[in-house]
Design a binder for this molecule. Structure first.
Ligand SMILES: C[S@@+](CC[C@H](N)C(=O)[O-])C[C@H]1O[C@@H](n2cnc3c(N)ncnc32)[C@H](O)[C@@H]1O
Length: 263
């Protein structure tokens, strides 16, 4: 049991409510931020128990911000714990959040859990996470609950939205206009999925480069046959690029795959 879970089990302070498997996930991503002057934000304050836990876990230099729609939460403020009252699905309010908090190291979305709330908060606040910061959305099982706007494979659910971000991470390798490098590609390093939780790690990311080191294990000097195949591959690639621009079906794709597998 890690220290966070120990704190939770022994908690006699304000009420909080967490799934037990979250503590390992939190500690895996947050441990290196302890005892540093970080800015931490949690959407969803409720009775304030989790904010007190974060204050204890991150130490005296951390500034803890809570966001909630319920104005009663304002009374939960104490040293190093600040509360902002507003809705996580209101982009205008979310803009003002950054004016107060400044760049954010870690953000947890544990708010109202509807698909729209999770998506709006991500779309508005991800840009304010520092390079090397973390965005964590929890209780994402609502993506499978009809009452929260979810459902298995339902278009617009937050889990379907985040699944598409996997493509965006790989966009540098796309050969199609439908998948282009964007700000997310440039600023997100990884996405991790757990039961009910998604964690996105930020990191400035230039286009990936590869290189070779070491020596050949067998003779690779070009033969007449593989020179011809190289020219054929070049021709097929060019032809298919043109067909793609014209919105037409690819030509001799199986032959290309067979040539590629000989590389
Ligand atoms: C699950 S509770 C938060 C629990 C708390 N983080 C904890 O661990 O104990 C969800 C909170 O989200 C708040 N909430 C619901 N809809 C919201 C919205 N649109 N914007 C901001 N907060 C919202 C509720 O008022 C409630 O306090």
């Amino acid at each position: 049991m890690n220290q966070l879970e120990q704190y939770f089990e022994q908690n006699q302070q304000r009420l909080m409510n967490k799934y037990q498997h979250y503590f390992d996930i939190y500690d895996r991503y947050f441990n290196s931020y302890r005892n540093k002057p970080i800015t931490f934000v949690e959407i969803g304050v409720s009775h304030g128990g989790s904010l007190q836990m974060w204050k204890e876990y991150f130490g005296p230099e951390a500034i803890i911000w809570g966001i909630d729609i319920d104005p009663r939460c304002k009374s939960i403020e104490e040293d190093n714990i600040h509360i902002l009252i507003g809705s996580q699905e209101d982009p205008e309010f979310l803009k003002t959040v950054f004016e107060k908090t400044g760049p954010i190291d870690i953000l947890i979305d544990d708010g109202g859990h509807t698909q729209r709330q999770q998506r709006t908060s991500f779309e508005c606040l991800f840009q304010y996470i520092k390079p090397n910061g973390i965005y964590l959305c929890e209780d994402m099982h609502t993506s499978y609950w009809n009452t929260y706007g979810g459902g298995h494979k339902r278009k617009g659910s937050f889990v379907e939205f985040t699944k598409n971000l996997i493509d965006q991470i790989n966009a540098h390798h796309s050969e199609e206009a439908s998948l282009q490098v964007n700000e997310f590609t440039r600023s997100a390093n990884s996405i991790h999925f757990y039961d009910s939780v998604v964690v996105i790690e930020k990191k400035e990311r230039p286009a990936p480069t590869s290189k070779m080191t070491g020596k050949h294990s067998f003779d690779t000097s070009p033969t007449k046959k593989n020179m011809v195949e190289k020219i054929e591959m070049h021709f097929l690639l060019k032809t298919n690029k043109v067909l793609q621009v014209l919105g037409m079906k690819g030509y001799a794709i199986n032959r290309m795959i067979s040539l590629c597998s000989k590389k």
